[in-house]
Design a protein around this ligand. Structure first.
Ligand code: NDP
Length: 450
C-alpha cells in the first residue's frame, strides 16, 4: 500500500494499493492506444478540453486544496493559490499552444520547406510533493496541448492528490487514457522508462532522483527534462528599498514553508546596509504565523515528512557546530521547524553549500559587485538569483555574469506560464512553461517539398 499521512495530525489520509505488473501494463497500453487518436485531434478540440480542466479546477478549488494541505502540510491559503495557478496554466496553453506550435516556414532551394512541431507520444512525469498540483499541471497542460499523452508517477506521500489530478482531466472530459496516474513506488520507475511505449520522461525533484532517471533515459536514448534542486541567492545592494526588499525576501524564502526549489536560500547583504536590512528582516520573520495548516491565517505550516525536518535540523546543527550563529528559530518539533535565520555562515557550511528544504535562511555579507557575483556562482546549483537595487542599469549589466537559469531584479524568482522556467548546473536541464516548455516534448520535423 502507498500511504498518505497528514504531517500535522499524524492521521492516515489515504491508502492506495500499488499497481501490479498487469495494471502497469494496462495503463501503458491505454496510453499508447490513446495516442493514436489524440495526435490527430486539432488544437480547437484540445483547447476546449483544457479550458474545461481549468473550469473544473476553479469550481472545486477548495476540495483539491484541502487534500494538498492534508497530505503535505501546506497552509490552506497557499494550496488554494496553487490550484488557481494550475487553472491559469491550463488557460494559457489552451489559448497559446496553436501559435507556439505553428509550422515555421524556412526559405531554402525547395519549393516549400518548414519545421513542423509534432507530438512524441507517451511522456512519463515523475513528480514531487512540494507543489503536488502545480508541478504536474505545468507539465501536463503543454504536453497534452502538443498532442502528447501523460502518465504520472507522483511522490508516494501525495498519492491522493495524484488521483485527484487524474479526476480533473476525467471530469473535464478528456478521452480515457490521455492522462493517467500510475500508482507505483520509485523502484518501479526504471522499468517504466525502459518500456518501449514511453517516449520521454520529465522529473522534478532531488538531484539524486534526477540523476537516476536521466541515466536510464540516456541509456534508452529517450529525451528527458530535469527540474532539480536550487540554492538561490537573494542579493541586497546598497540603495535598495530595504523594507520592500525584506518583504519580498520573506516571501521568497518562507512561502510553502520553505519547501521550494526556487526559494531564496542564501541572503547576501552588501556591507553598508547589512545591519539595517537585518533588523527589518528579522522583525518580519519573527512575526510569521505558524500553526494549523488548515487555518486561513497560518503562513508557516509543517514540513511534508518528519525525515525531511530531521535532515534540515542536521544541516542547521552541523553549521552551528562549524561556527554559524542562529539569530532566530533553529528548533524542530516533529514535522514543525521554526522560521530560522542564520548568520556568520561560510561557503562550506551545509546551510550555505547545500539546498535547505525548509524555513531556514543563511546570511553573509560582501563588499563589491564582483564578490557578490562570485558568491552567487559558487553554488553547484543554478536555478535563479534575485537582485535588489535602485540602480537598474548596473543590475542589468550584471545579468550576463550569473550562471543561473533566471535573474529577477527587485522581485523573487517565480514561475509564470508566460516565462521559461529551468536551471543550469545540477539544477537540471531543459525548460518548462512558455513556448520553450511546450517545445521540449515535440518532434521538430523537417519537411522539404520539391
Ligand atoms: P525525491 O527527489 O526523492 O522525490 C521526487 C520524486 O522522484 C518522487 O516521485 C519520488 O518517488 C521519485 N524518485 C525518487 N528517487 C527516485 C529514483 N531513484 N528513480 C525514480 N524516481 C525516483 O525527493 P524527496 O521527497 O526524497 O525529497 C528530498 C529532497 O529533494 C528535498 O529535501 C529537496 O532538497 C529535494 N526536492 C526538490 C524538489 C524540487 O522542487 N526541485 C521537490 C522535492 C524535493 P517516491 O516519492 O516514491 O520516492
Amino acid at each position: 500500500m502507498i500511504e498518505s499521512i497528514n504531517p500535522f495530525t499524524g492521521d492516515k489520509i489515504a491508502s492506495i494499493r500499488e499497481y501490479s505488473e498487469e495494471q502497469i501494463d494496462k495503463v501503458l497500453e491505454d496510453a499508447a492506444e490513446r495516442f493514436k487518436g489524440w495526435r490527430k485531434t486539432g488544437f480547437s478540440e484540445r483547447s476546449a478540453l483544457m479550458l474545461k480542466a481549468a473550469e473544473e479546477l476553479r469550481k472545486n478549488t477548495r476540495e483539491y486544496a484541502e487534500t494538498i494541505t492534508a497530505e503535505m502540510g501546506k497552509p490552506i491559503k497557499q494550496s488554494i493559490a496553487e490550484v488557481e495557478k494550475c487553472a491559469w496554466v491550463c488557460e494559457y496553453y489552451a489559448k497559446n499552444a496553436e501559435t507556439h506550435l505553428a509550422s515555421e516556414k524556412i526559405e531554402t532551394d525547395a519549393v516549400k520547406s518548414y519545421v513542423s512541431y509534432e507530438p512524441l507520444g507517451v511522456v512519463l512525469a515523475v513528480m514531487p510533493w512540494n507543489y503536488p498540483f502545480w508541478q504536474v499541471f505545468r507539465f501536463a497542460a503543454p504536453a497534452l496541448m502538443a498532442g502528447n499523452i501523460g502518465v504520472l508517477k507522483h511522490a508516494s506521500n501525495v498519492m491522493q492528490s495524484a488521483e485527484n489530478i487524474q479526476k480533473v482531466f476525467e471530469r473535464a472530459g478528456f478521452p480515457k487514457g490521455c492522462f493517467q496516474n500510475l500508482v507505483i513506488g520509485s523502484d518501479k520507475v526504471e522499468n517504466v522508462i525502459k518500456d518501449s511505449r514511453i517516449k520521454a520522461v520529465t522529473l522534478t525533484g532531488s538531484t539524486p532522483a534526477g540523476s537516476a532517471v536521466a541515466s536510464t533515459a540516456g541509456a534508452e536514448i529517450k529525451k528527458s527534462v530535469l527540474e532539480l534542486g536550487g540554492n538561490n541567492a537573494l542579493v541586497i545592494l546598497k540603495g535598495a528599498n530595504l523594507k520592500k526588499a525584506a518583504e519580498t525576501c520573506v516571501q521568497a524564502r518562507f512561502q510553502n514553508t520553505g519547501q521550494s526549489c526556487i526559494a531564496g536560500k542564501r541572503l547576501l547583504l552588501q556591507e553598508e546596509i547589512a545591519e539595517d536590512f537585518m533588523e527589518i528582516f528579522l522583525e518580519q520573520v519573527k512575526a510569521l504565523k505558524s500553526g494549523d495548516p488548515m487555518k486561513e491565517d497560518t503562513f508557516i505550516g509543517v514540513l511534508a515528512r518528519e525525515d525531511l525536518a530531521r535532515d534540515l535540523e542536521k544541516q542547521v546543527n552541523d553549521s552551528v557546530k562549524a561556527g554559524a550563529k542562529v539569530l532566530c528559530g533553529g528548533k524542530r518539533k516533529g514535522t514543525y521547524f521554526e522560521p530560522t535565520v542564520i548568520t556568520k555562515v561560510t561557503k562550506n557550511m551545509p546551510v550555505f553549500a547545500e539546498e535547505t528544504f525548509g524555513p531556514v535562511i543563511s546570511t553573509t555579507t560582501f563588499s563589491t559587485y564582483e564578490e557578490a557575483v562570485e558568491l552567487v556562482n559558487s553554488s553547484q546549483f543554478g536555478l535563479g538569483v534575485s537582485l535588489f537595487t535602485d540602480d537598474l542599469e548596473k543590475a542589468e549589466a550584471l545579468v550576463p555574469l550569473f550562471d543561473d537559469g533566471a535573474v529577477f531584479i527587485n522581485e523573487l524568482v517565480k514561475s509564470d506560464p508566460r516565462l521559461p522556467f529551468g536551471g543550469t548546473k545540477i539544477s537540471g536541464y531543459g525548460r518548462e512553461l512558455s513556448i520553450h516548455g511546450i517545445r521540449e516534448f515535440v518532434n521538430k520535423k523537417t519537411v522539404y517539398i520539391n
